[in-house]
Design a protein around this ligand. Structure first.
Ligand code: UDP
Length: 407
């Protein structure tokens, strides 16, 4: 049995798909460590992994969450965390490191310790045809020009990283796309755009959805069909006005309308129709298993979870890779999309009605559901990691010092 270390950044969307994989590896007898910040401790421990906490408490989300602020935050965090992470990993002695595709310190640690590494993509896989948000582009340049302090901070941290650690092979700019000889992508080949342009190192294992700890505060037994669900995810500051628009537009069409408000206080939405349930966080995969429609920001995990459940979507992208995800949902006939600026009550209501009434959307979502489920999910991800470990062979570790030679 092997020792496998997972390293991740502090975002729910990045952590969630890895949890069922970790639980599966533990079930198969491997020893798994997970290096993370305190907010994720409890849910990771419930998988059976041993948690190692990063120093300095929880990682702040980039504010605003744009490619350049994300790049700056990641490079700075990498430099700050690496000494502790390396000490912890030397103690653990992993045979394999699995890191998020934006977790720079995972990639650097693997090089420093000469341990095989796999990258975990909770986004699409990216290349020339599927541009990552941090890829060098006119948009990135324009944003960097508008945020000179973030750009300077990024360059400074990259320079310090390079001076102190083995940061060779990290992409200069595209740090949301750190690849390894094995790249696990948590969506199916059917949903990945331009899939024919990705080599064998990419394994499209499909949505990784397992049992999550039950939330006893959620009134699952009081929901009335049809359940309609709206969420803008956990990263983008959910605009209370937009969430209110969703609630008002969906209320006449639904039995129960559930609105997840994320970082926004539900009270900020003001008085809502009686059939609307607004709360900061809901057990999303369970809600989707019951839902007839999902109004979403198009976060990759939300969309993977919705397609796994076969639920048609109205996508209202807020940033990052979400416009790309929205386009793919529309292309595959699993939903519709609207820009935030156009998302007033009337149009949202009209599009939601269309999605509910026109059976072609349910059919599109059902076709995608089959492909997403066939991809294999967390069990396939665990198979791929085991195969990779087997092919890589044992890690060569420095021989322990001979105590007789000590003075
Ligand atoms: N999520 C949840 N409850 C909520 C809202 C979100 O469990 O009320 C989870 C959701 O299941 C998904 C993740 O948070 O796994 C959101 O990830 P996504 O990539 O969709 O969006 P992000 O939050 O990263 O923008």
């Amino acid at each position: 049995m092997s020792t496998i270390a997972f390293l991740n950044i502090g975002m729910h969307g990045r952590v969630n798909p890895t949890l069922p994989v970790v639980a599966e590896l533990v079930r198969r007898g491997h020893s798994v460590t997970y290096h993370t910040s305190p907010a994720f401790r409890a849910e990771i421990e419930s998988t059976g992994a041993t948690v190692y906490l990063y120093p300095g408490g929880d990682q702040r989300l980039p504010d605003p969450p744009t490619p350049v602020t994300l790049m700056e935050g990641l490079a700075r965090t990498a430099f700050r965390l690496l000494p502790t992470v390396l000490t912890d990993l030397r103690r653990v002695g992993p045979d394999l490191i699995v890191h998020d595709n934006a977790c720079l310190w995972g990639a650097v640690a693997a090089r420093e310790l000469e341990v095989p590494a796999a990258s975990s993509f909770t986004t699409f896989a990216f290349n020339r045809h599927v541009p990552s948000p941090t890829r060098g582009s006119w948009n990135l340049l324009a944003e960097a020009t508008a945020r000179p302090r973030s750009l300077q901070g990024y360059l400074r941290s990259r320079w310090r990283l390079r001076r102190r650690f083995d940061a060779r092979k990290l992409p200069l700019l595209d740090i949301g796309n750190v690849r390894q000889p094995l790249n696990l992508v948590y969506t199916s080949r059917a949903f990945q755009p331009a899939v024919e342009y990705f080599d064998q190192s990419y394994r499209f294992v499909g949505p990784s959805i397992g049992a999550r700890p039950v939330d006893p505060s959620f009134p699952a037994d009081r929901l009335q069909d049809p359940v309609l669900y709206a969420s803008l995810g956990t990263v983008f500051n959910a605009d209370p006005q937009l969430l209110r628009t969703f609630a008002t537009a969906l209320a006449p069409l639904g039995g129960t309308v559930i609105v997840s408000t994320g970082q926004t206080d539900p009270a900020a939405l003001g008085p809502l129709p009686a059939n609307v349930l607004a709360c900061r966080s809901v057990p999303q995969p369970d809600v989707l298993a019951r839902a007839a429609l999902f109004v979403t920001h198009g976060g990759m995990n939300s969309v993977n979870e919705a397609t796994y459940a076969g639920v048609p979507m109205l996508v209202v992208p807020q940033g990052a890779d979400q416009p790309l995800v929205a386009r793919r949902v529309v292309e595959l006939g699993a939903g519709l999309s609207i820009r935030t600026g156009d998302a007033a009550v009337e149009p949202v209501h009209a599009l939601a009605r269309r999605l509910l009434d026109d059976p072609r959307f349910r059919a599109g979502a059902a076709t995608l559901q089959v492909a997403q489920r066939r991809a294999g999910g967390y069990r396939r991800a665990a198979d791929e990691l085991e195969r990779y470990l087997h092919a890589a062979g044992p890690v060569r570790r420095p021989a322990p010092a001979d105590p007789r030679q000590r003075r």
